[in-house]
Design a protein around this ligand. Structure first.
Ligand SMILES: [Cu+2]
Length: 321
């Protein structure tokens, strides 16, 4: 990758974080492959062991739009890590990227040495190297995520993020199903993929929920009366007012912290900024196809065009009677 800094430093130089993704020799994921797939731990002496590996892949955000992406375990977003409060976890991270990386456990109260802040709490994981994180999951069930902490303006929009959900096995679920919504943005120009950023010439023209643009996003199926917990994750670099048709939702948790019942806001749109998480519970009130979408209308287009009534950050909740 021309201009890339391979020496372990993460300072930008000559704007190289803005270079297009070099996909030469990179494998292509199946066009219908999905990210956020559950990652099964191996139990070793009571410790849940997870394996993550970064690499460059070609990834379809639409059947006819393939991006160059930075992936964990060959998927965008990275696999879903789901653990219980109090679990002992060990995560081995192998870096198969042509540049250094690290993994930060966003929102977790864990020892500083495990925080993944490259050049601050650990040296960056160089290409070909492995780094092992180990910590006890703190006693706060909720929605968290993990992401790179090296050249974040480049690596995170290119796909280096994934959901980290902490469960309390003794808690009563407040919904009959749930769906994780990880937001992302891309810049695709002249057949090349650039990390989308808030910078002239680098603004995004494609937008993804869990690595896919509408109409390739998933459809959530429910029945009238069902309560669905949506876990919004601000995994991208832009602010998205996320809106659900068909009636309001209740905000039950913010940034992994439960909102006490008397303090919960009922809204139909919630601003999800970079790094934020909102858990909302939406009730299916009427049968039909109800949209969940960003309300910055450019973000519900694919390269400026609507397809099948939307695009980008759009998905459908299909409610049966
Ligand atoms: Cu948006």
């Amino acid at each position: 990758m021309p201009g890339m800094d391979h020496d372990g430093g993460s300072q930008t130089e000559g704007g190289h974080t803005m270079a297009p993704v070099d996909v030469s020799g990179a494998p292509a994921a199946a066009p219908d492959a999905r990210g956020n797939q559950p990652l099964e731990p191996k139990l070793v002496d009571g410790v849940k062991e997870f394996e993550l590996a970064t690499s460059v892949i070609k990834w379809n955000i639409l059947p006819d739009v393939q991006v160059g992406a930075y992936a964990y375990n060959g998927q965008v977003p990275g696999p879903l890590i789901r653990v219980n409060v109090g679990d002992q976890v060990r995560v081995r991270v192998k870096n198969n990227l042509p540049e250094p990386t690290s993994v930060h456990w966003h929102g977790l109260s864990i020892p500083n040495a495990q925080d993944g802040a490259a050049d601050v709490t650990q040296p960056p994981i160089k290409p070909g190297e492995t780094f092992t994180y180990e910590y006890t999951v703190p006693n706060t069930p909720g929605t968290f995520f993990y992401h790179t902490h090296v050249q974040g303006d480049r690596q995170q929009p290119l796909g280096l993020y994934g959901a980290l959900i902490i469960d309390d096995p003794n808690a009563q679920p407040d919904a009959s199903q749930e769906y994780i919504v990880e937001l992302g943005e891309w810049r695709v120009a002249d057949g090349q993929t650039f990390p989308a950023m808030e910078f002239d010439g680098m603004l995004p023209n494609f937008f993804t929920i869990n690595g896919k643009s509408y109409p390739a996003t998933e459809t959530v199926k429910a029945k009238v009366g069902e309560r669905i917990r949506f876990r919004f994750i601000g995994s991208g670099q832009f602010i998205h007012p996320m809106h659900i048709h068909g009636g309001p939702f209740e905000i039950v948790a913010t940034d992994g912290n439960p909102v006490p019942e008397g303090a919960r806001l009922t809204k139909d749109t919630v601003l999800v900024g970079p790094g934020e998480r909102y858990d909302v519970v939406w009730t299916a009130r009427e049968p039909g196809k109800w949209l969940l979408h960003c309300h910055i209308n450019h973000h519900i287009t694919n390269n400026g065009a609507e397809v099948a009534g939307g695009g980008g950050l759009t998905m459908v909740i299909e409610v049966a009677p």
